[in-house]
Design a binder for this molecule. Sequence first.
Ligand code: N01
Length: 547
Amino acid sequence: MSSQPSAKPEPAQAALPRFDAVVIGAGFSGLYALYRLRDVLGLDVRVYEAGDGVGGTWYWNRYPGARCDSESYYYSYSFSEELEQEWEWTSKYPEQPEILRYLEHVAERFDLRRDIRLGTRVSSASFDEASGDWEVRTDGGARVRARFLVSAVGCLSAANVPEIDGLDRFGGDWYHTGRWPHDGVDFAGKRVGLVGTGSTGIQAAPVIAAQADRLTVFQRTPNFTVPARDAPLAPEAWAEIKSNYREIRHRTRATRSGFPYIPVERSALDVSDRERQAIYEQLWEDGGFKFLWGSFSDLLNNQQANNTAAEFIRGKIREIVRDPEVAERLLPTTHPYGTKRPPIDTDYYETFNRENVELVDIRRSPIVEVTPGGIRTGDAEYPLDVIVFATGFDAMTGSLLRIDIRGPRGRSLAEKWAEGPKTYLGLQVAGFPNLFTITGPGSPSVLTNMPVSIEQHVEWISDCIEHVRRAGLTRIEALPEAEERWVRHVNRAASQTLLMQAESWYLGANIPGKTRVFMPYVGGLSDYRKICDKVSSDGYEGFELSA
Ligand code: N01
């Protein structure tokens, strides 16, 4: 009689290695969560990171032109004054390699690496009611358990490669910008197709155009972009920043968006046309996000006010782009300015004055298929050697839902979020005890300068865990009614703005079939911080704490 080889029995949960907390991801948020939970609270923490290095977004997004579009001195951690004083950025908007070096430096400086397992993707996590622990499994087959599970997976990490017929038969090479080869891509002598004109495509196009033989940009939605005006940071500028860091950080925490700009209270409609034009001109010259956050207070909630900024940028496009037909194709008309995440650029519109650059309007004539030799739209076939997809991400929920997360009684997060994400404060999900989501949906996150939001979340979460432990408790879970209330509040806040008017990834509109729900909280980081602080000082109102 033959017998089947019996599968090796899995060890009982009690025999698994156990941590106080498992953190998923070692980017900006995971690194700080590890520091805070391990070095401040003294917990036993394990971090799993899918990449072969730390850095998260800045590990994966190595595409040409990748740089931060918040200014370096405030797109950084504030938790360590020593770190602030010893690190110097070379320019206003650092390039990806420099930001990655910064995060690697942080990992070294705070001796974080010893608790991070690189090249290890968390495949599932399930809550065990009997022990009150999460059991976490990795793609390599490891199993561990932990009292707390902290998601630091990032809001923009699950790459979105469009399903286009024939891509598997393409004879050249294709890449997604969020999964860029570490050795780079040599575009010299190549005919390159770039699909997507969001922040990424807008950063990449000028750099690729300067290297490639030809660049064809496939544009579905024309975008508004404002010049970054990158420049090296002179030693005097540094001295000034370093001596003012406390004030700068204080300001980032006090503003709606986490930028240190002094908030403006004026309406775009309260000034004369001449004055308004002068303000926009000055901000266009200064460059960067100040154009949105430092111009007028009502660009995102008053259509007429918004029109003034939109029309100013359209005027700039007409001025910069020499061919009027190309300029016309570049004019954004489908959404108000700032309702898709606004990019900033270096010579984006100027790129369309180059002889070797072509703009294809795929809204008018969509891509039909990828052929072995290029891309075919309804109108024509464009011969290509390389295709670059700058087509974004399954934002805010994608990276979390790619993990099979199950709460008590096996209910999955995917089921719970089938109609869109529901959270309490973007920090916890009812029905998933002891799971925390750093910059989760329902928090200001992507509408802000991310490191400021990340620090606020990590600090709130670690204070909360400390509170639970000090009280001799073991479990904290958002109450369904508190979650419902918060979800209603998030929706109401979004509906009072123009942000609902764009087909944006904030709404999930970029992913076919994704439920449309406005995911980030638009009420502003400063007020959100006060709400979170009040919840904790009221004894974690809206959460159930138990042993
Ligand atoms: O992605 P996006 P991204 N066929 O989703 C188009 C952050 N970021 O990678 O607008 C054809 O914004 C899509 O068209 P449409 C930042 O938060 C930060 O550029 O949906 N085209 C759009 O043009 C940013 O917002 C930095 O009609 C398709 C583009 O691809 C976020 O990352 C730098 C398509 C995608 O734009 C994502 O930006 C860069 C299809 N099937 C990015 N699907 C910093 O510096 C999508 N598109 C910090």
